[in-house]
Ligand binder design. Sequence first.
Ligand code: NAD
Length: 484
Amino acid sequence: MKYPIAHNFIAGKMVAGQGETLEVFSPTTGEVLSAVHLSETSEVSQAVASAQAAFPEWSGMPIKERVQIFYHYKTLLEQHLEQLAQLIVEENGKTLDEARAEVLKAVEVTEFACALPQLFPGEIEEVSKGVECRSERQPLGVVACITPFNFPNMVPNWTIPNVLAIGNTMLLKPSELVPLSANRIAELLRQAGLPDGVFNVIHGGQKAVEAICDHPGIEAVSFVGSTRVAKLVYQRATAKFKRALALGGAKNHLVVLPDAHTGMTASNVAASMTGCAGQRCMAASALVAVGPVDHIIEQLCREAGKIVPGKNLGAIISKQAKARIENYIAEAEKQGANVILDGRNISVPGHENGYWLGPTIIDQVTPDMPIAQEEVFGPVLAILRAPTLDKAIEIENSSPYGNAAAIFTQSGGLAKYFSERASAGMIGVNIGVPVPREPFSFGGWNQSKFGSGDITGKSSIEFWTKLKKTTIKWNPEARSNWMS
Ligand code: NAD
């Protein structure tokens, strides 16, 4: 075991967990990398108590002082970029370039948090003679963020800088599959000067999440993960009258029109379906081919064929996940679909026990097949054929999800027509992974998100704060209207 067991981080210290222990595997080698305790309800309560104790002093600091810590944190993320990226590679299995990009996005979100005093200074207006109304955003108190395996550094950082800079204190419950990055983040926050107790890490699975949803001391919960669990968390947290925002899974459609630029479309779609080995909620999962686009599909297969496991394609998170993805491919084949690029049975020399799957493209998929409807979460692209753009939009609209959708065309009019009608929160025009950059916020629609608002950017600030409105009469003079 290369790394010692991952402890909880409570009140500024690593604290040994009491619950059952789970092994953490390296997806690229299949070897045991570390282990993690699955926290009990009592350990969640300890972390809440630590965050509650830290809240008065932290929230009482002026925001301009609080963000100084995040300027330091941003510098530390940059200084430790290679080390943080390497840790992501080890526990998640993605490529080093992808891991670096993940940390750089964490840096960008931190920059946004540093700008909060400039972006949200509050409002004031004289509403009547001698009478002012002012509004200001105040922190909620103790909040909790529950994160998935696929971005061990970036997704926790979608929330950490904004949540804390605003004055909340928090618990992070990372995925038990990737506990190491979370603890490294805790160390860097401490090094940046964050007071003890403001940020706490609770490791674990279902039991820890349920304890978070139920704990009366937690005011709000954000969740990022599968739709199945997003629904459970949203229901359980809101039943306890907490604010909740739960981001779920996805099935992203990329519509390709005959006038699309061949080279750009092929390389963009190939990158979208294979980036992070298809294990990201923005990955291209279904290509809807409108009319005669075989020349683009042929080029796409050539581009995807250049993406090689162990070189420029990362591993699948677990043996079970790999088997699940392969099952989708086999089922589609049985139902009459045509595998035109097959990534199965691939071995990476020197890493034969890793969980590898090469890019896989499946043509002649029909809308009724599970591979067309469900989230596969691997480097697999299903091609559906549509005679018209309207039919393609109908296919996209029929998905219960709504994270991202994209169109590839050189016609501005058709791109606009599609972007107005696609039922997704994030739209791409000639871009396969339409992740909005800060300050634009990240969040899908339909069953890809439960709750209102988005998880990053300006939209997240409303979620993590409550608005106080104060009306002040400065003028003792006689009234000039009903208010003054
Ligand atoms: P997951 O739902 O299995 O796990 C997410 C979190 O929930 C983890 O912390 C896990 O410990 C916890 N959890 C798991 N089962 C639970 C249960 N029964 N009750 C309570 N908590 C439970 O998701 P994952 O496999 O880690 O991540 C992949 C999923 O996340 C994909 O569906 C992907 O699309 C989604 N995702 C969505 C976004 C987005 O922005 N919409 C971003 C990243 C990942």
